[in-house]
Design a protein around this ligand. Structure first.
Ligand code: ZN
Length: 315
């Protein structure tokens, strides 16, 4: 699935290809790609005669800004755009064609058919799914070590699934979470509440640098990703842990291992990313059985039914 760097690369390429072009008509051959409005005919009617002004990005979503409308597009697994001349043969798995007035066409191809398109009035897209519950943009100035820590720092769940959750930070998928955690020296199974201040700073830096370098490299070409001009990204050659199981760590020489964390294949160097204090502070205190308050109550013979729960209601 394309992550922030790949979607950003597609965005930059699409601007070059389509900004300023006017849509004459739209052909939809796979209605389920179109999520809003409900009918593909209505989708086509709304776009006819509109000029594409620019292409923006929110998380892993493209925002194709037209005059007085916004088209929100998610590529999901294998969606891709390409610009063609109208007399070029239409390739298999092409599901939506934006015919421009100048004889060119923007074609949306999607072998897996998981991609989506939604139309909104400008600004309205942020009030409704799929953009209404997205978290911080990691390449914006608002993303700081403090904002990262305040979003996740009290969570007692593993750091990796938290970083994948688009409600907190957008744009990170499996590749860049593994890479950022390696760069920060943090094991993916550490729970967020065990991270120290300096680790949040390292993690913030790792996320920003990993994503920034991947954007500069045009993304990573894993499986089928190519940008809007059919070019492949190059960041896969810079990956430190992702896809490198059983290979030596480039930093320490230990073997990279692969396991499953939060249902996702996870790559880690256990030398560079020690698990150490794997559980939350609260969980460790609870299982140690030496909570001062519990001892105190025990001595007095007034132990409550579940003293741990009383002090740590979220366990
Ligand atoms: Zn290592």
């Amino acid at each position: 699935m394309p992550e922030l760097p790949e979607v950003e690369t597609v965005r930059r390429t699409l601007i070059e290809l389509v900004a300023g072009r006017t849509i004459e008509r739209v052909t939809v051959t796979l209605p389920r790609i179109i999520q809003r409005p409900a009918e593909p005919e209505q989708f086509a009617d709304m776009l006819a005669g509109r000029r594409i002004e620019t292409v923006e990005r929110r998380g892993k979503f493209l925002r194709i800004v037209l005059d007085e409308l916004v088209l929100v597009s998610h590529l999901r697994m294998e969606g891709r755009y390409g610009l063609y001349k109208s007399d070029e043969p239409v390739e298999k798995h092409t599901h939506v064609i934006f015919h421009f007035t100048d004889g060119t066409e923007l074609r949306y191809k999607d072998v897996r058919q998981f991609g989506t398109m939604h139309i909104f009035l400008p600004g309205e897209e942020f009030q409704y799914p799929p953009l209404n519950k997205l978290g911080i943009e990691p390449l914006d100035g608002v993303f700081t070590p403090e904002s990262l820590r305040s979003a996740l720092g009290r969570r007692t769940t593993k750091i990796k699934p938290l970083l994948l959750n688009q409600q907190y930070i957008v744009g990170l998928g499996n590749i860049y979470v593994d890479e950022a955690l390696f760069a920060a020296g943090i094991h993916p199974e550490r729970t967020a509440d065990t991270l120290k201040k300096d680790e949040w700073i390292r993690l913030h830096t790792a996320i920003v640098e990993t994503l920034g370098r991947a954007v500069e490299a045009g993304g990573s070409s894993i499986k089928s990703y190519v940008n809007g001009q059919g070019e492949m990204g190059l960041f896969q050659y810079s990956l430190q842990v992702y896809g490198r199981e059983q290979e030596p760590c480039r930093r320490c020489g230990s073997v990279i291992s692969k396991s499953v964390v939060g249902g996702r294949g996870t790559h880690v160097c256990i030398q560079c990313q020690p698990l150490g204090k794997s559980r939350s502070t609260a969980a460790r205190k609870a299982s140690s059985g030496v909570l001062p308050a519990v001892r105190e109550e025990g001595r007095k013979g007034k132990q409550t039914a579940n003293p741990v729960r009383k002090h740590f209601g979220n366990l």
